[in-house]
Design a protein around this ligand. Sequence first.
Ligand SMILES: [Fe+2]
Length: 480
Amino acid sequence: MASSIQQLTSSKAPSIADLYSAVRARTLEIVAPLEIEDYVVQTAEFMSPPRWHLGHTSWFFETVLQKFKTGYQTYSDEFLFYFNSYYEGFGARIERPKRGTRSRPTVKETVAYREHIDAQMSRFIEQLSERDDADTILGIVRLGLEHEMQHQELLVYDIKHLLCDQFAAPVAPAPRSLETVSGMAEVEGGLFELGYSADRGGSPTPGSPTGQPGWGGAVREGSIKSGDKSPHSKNYDFAFDNEKPQHKVFLQDFQIDRAPVSNGDYLEFINAKGYRDFRWWHSAGWEKVTQEHWRAPLYWEQRDGEWMMRDFAGLHRVSDKLNEPVSHVSFLEASAYAKWAGKRLPTEAEWEKAARGSPQSNSKQAFPWGDEGPDESRGNLFENGLWSVAPVGAFPEGQSAYGCQQMIGDVWEWTTSDYTPYPGFKSDFDQYNDKWFVGQKVLRGGSFATPRVHIRSTYRNFFYPHERWMIGGFRCAKDA
Ligand SMILES: [Fe+2]
């Protein structure tokens, strides 16, 4: 898997054309160890068969070709139906829980579809500079690549659910913990500017949606610097609409854990009969505990009275993994733990301040360690190749000005914030983020399955409070 990953990490600002080839190649590298039978199986309603991800990410680019490439012939109506996910504007589609009930299109046909779309897209991108609407189209292509990176991460979750340690993941050796990280950081309150701002790169210039269906009518000229139409330009930056606009919030003084909650911490909650005591749980959480018999994070199992956990590398004693961040816990479990521990979950504004702010000055950095992008010594993201969390204390160089570690990478961290639009929100992409602004919670920071070029400190991921098949963990906060 090294080739395209290195391309992505060695160049801090690849062109859209380079990013396109690297991102598309990596999707295929992720699935390479699968056997043909693995591609079509759906093990739960919430996951998708790997073959579906391969086709769906290509479907996204086909909608771009349909909209903008003169004379483009649709590849197959059947594929359009099967590979659409939830975009009402693009017609009928198969329901998500039924994606695994069909063996067609076959894997071979899906790969041929991908190759067709890639050939069309590379010619299309090369010729973009001749067009007046190049900015708009480059913005949508970039969105398509960010979308594909989201699906790469989903593929890791779904392959874990499908095969777990039967999947021959190319697992790199894990780094050692270099220091003990304990206690809570004190963070001063006051006004904080929450969210993405163009002054950290990028130049969102508001455009006006045309109101036409499809990406073309939906995307503002927000992601690409105006006037720079070359597909080889390095002059671009990206943030999702849900991270904008930057706006002022007022924070009280607070404390936040310097490290994510570990398996060892969480085991204490289990051993203290945390899953048997309604006092710690939201009503929705207690319902899961009583009706679905939750007793531990997903992928934990008890053998002869001992807690074990399964991951890509095999079945492990939890007692051998005590110093690793806990993962595969839902918001409901994270909240119960926090209440039991006499703490609470942070708001997303508190999380972002602890990650990007500084007690010395009022300025913000792009990442906890500074303005440069992530690398191997600062956080555990997909390119580290661990296919797993790293021990607490493995990335002291990645710590924030407040001394918080592993905020980027390892596990997405639950916050107590509802996933709703920021004040002044304007949708850049119809149906992409804005249709999900109800009932979900925000998670921050990325996981070991998140590509480096995809993560930002302002990135707002979102899942339903009961979901735990994704790589979700948490750290706690406390009022000062
Ligand atoms: Fe999608």
